[in-house]
Design a protein around this ligand. Structure first.
Ligand code: ADP
Ligand code: ASP
Ligand code: MG
Length: 403
């Protein structure tokens, strides 16, 4: 008998029919003898809808009230799934994040889990019930409701699986696993039967939405066996595993498209020690998550250009911080939100030269201009025009025979 944490994403519980299918699946797992703990997301696009409503009524949007609002989506789904399960003959009980024992910091809209005291969840399991936990939420050290951020239900599930010492954490979604690229962009994308934690972490860091990056970090740190799979076909999905040192690794495992970032360029900054340090410290203090950075060599007059990318939502803050830092210099700051990025990820890159050359040649043959380049040991990313991202993804997926 295994203990399995099963998380269902928004599309998996989008309507009454889907909730019924989830309840049937859980009933099957129970009949097989497994103990099941559920984590659910808000139904369909409800989180977006709640955020849109907040935009309509408020420009200030206090974090405390926003978090109570957003987390309502998960609670509603949780209660409905509990009712459907009880009707299907499976005793179950719903729990908010707070009732499930999730204690977080007070950083509203993106709170971090500090500790989990899941004694009510354990009691329910011991009583033969299926506990259903509302995803992406907790209660802060100041006793307010908190939201763990977009995609936070994946993190709830993995963290809960870790503290309950579950045999597996299953993330059910609308695709059958982790693919070689976004299946919405490339029709020949292939499901990977398994992928290493390191590769998946790189993929999520450069824009792969599934699973949420923080959940992969938690799974890797606490060695939670993770299985990404379909809530529609119920077929086996992708297992996330430790890298096998004895196995030959794929040079390129996946291509990741992303259009969620903007580029900020400041030209004419003094080329002297402390300039970059001052700018990026100010950006960090404002919570701007900077990603790619490029600084040119100064050719004349001791001035240079610095470009960096950050999430589109942070671009306005980043631009005003950059402008105010260089207000006394003759600098120009330009923000570009038509930038995109395409990345190759593969553990075998470490020992195989030539991947970058093939990537750049492939983009050149497709007449796609590369604007910035960044690398890690197992990733190469190129910033290109946002309009070129889908085509770049397609040609690279073909060039590395991933289909
Ligand atoms: P959920 O709501 O279940 O948490 P998301 O909508 O956040 O799921 O993420 C699932 C979506 O991620 C899929 O519909 C798929 O189009 C997209 N996606 C993008 N890249 C990939 C990839 N490499 N593998 C799998 N899915 C991907
Ligand atoms: N519903 C929230 C979101 O869409 C949290 C989650 O489902 O992970 O981001
Ligand atoms: Mg999600």
């Amino acid at each position: 008998m295994a203990l399995v944490v099963q998380k269902f994403g928004g599309t998996s519980v989008a309507n009454a029919e889907r909730i019924g299918e989830v309840a049937d699946h859980v009933a099957r797992c129970r009949r097989r003898g497994d103990d099941v703990v559920l984590v659910v997301s808000a139904m369909g696009k409800e989180t977006d809808e709640l955020l849109r409503l907040a935009d309509e009524v408020s420009t200030t949007q206090p974090g405390r009230e926003m978090d109570l609002l957003i987390t309502a989506g998960e609670r509603k789904a949780c209660a409905l799934v509990a009712m459907a399960l009880n009707d299907a003959g499976v005793p179950s009980a719903s729990f908010t994040g707070s009732q499930a024992g999730f204690i977080t910091d007070a950083n509203h809209r993106n709170a971090k889990i500090l500790e989990i005291n899941p004694y009510r969840v354990r009691e329910a399991i011991d009583a033969g019930m299926v506990p259903i936990v509302a995803g992406s939420q907790g209660v802060s050290t100041e006793k307010d409701v908190t939201f763990l951020g977009r995609g936070g239900s994946d993190t709830t599930a993995v963290a809960l699986a870790s503290v309950l010492d579950a045999d597996a954490c299953e993330l059910y979604t609308d695709v059958s696993g982790v693919f070689t690229t976004d299946p919405r962009v490339v029709s020949t994308a292939r499901k990977m039967p398994q992928i290493s934690f390191d590769e998946l972490l790189e993929m999520t860091a450069v824009g792969c939405p599934k699973p949420a990056m923080r959940s992969v970090e938690v799974a890797r740190t606490y060695r939670v066996p993770l299985h990404v799979r379909s809530a529609f076909t119920w077929e086996p999905g992708t297992w996330v595993v430790e890298e096998d040192p004895d196995m030959e690794q794929a040079v390129v495992s996946a291509v990741v498209p992303d259009t969620s970032e903007a580029k900020v360029t400041v030209s004419g900054v003094p080329d002297e020690p402390g300039i970059a340090a001052g700018l990026f410290r100010a950006l960090a203090e404002a919570g701007v998550n900077v990603d790619m950075i490029v600084q040119n060599v100064s050719i004349d007059h001791g001035v240079t250009d610095i470009s960096f990318t950050c999430p589109k939502g942070d671009a306005a803050t980043a631009t005003s911080i950059t402008e105010s830092r260089f207000a006394e210099h003759e600098c120009t700051v330009i923000t570009d939100d038509s930038i995109g990025r395409v990345s190759l990820v593969g553990a075998g890159m470490k020992s195989n030269p030539g991947v970058a050359a093939t990537m750049f040649e492939t983009l050149a043959e497709a007449s796609i201009n590369i604007e910035m380049i960044s690398t890690s040991a197992i990733r190469i990313s190129c910033a290109v025009r946002a309009d070129d991202v889908d085509r770049a993804t397609q040609v690279l997926h073909d060039a590395f025979d991933l289909g």
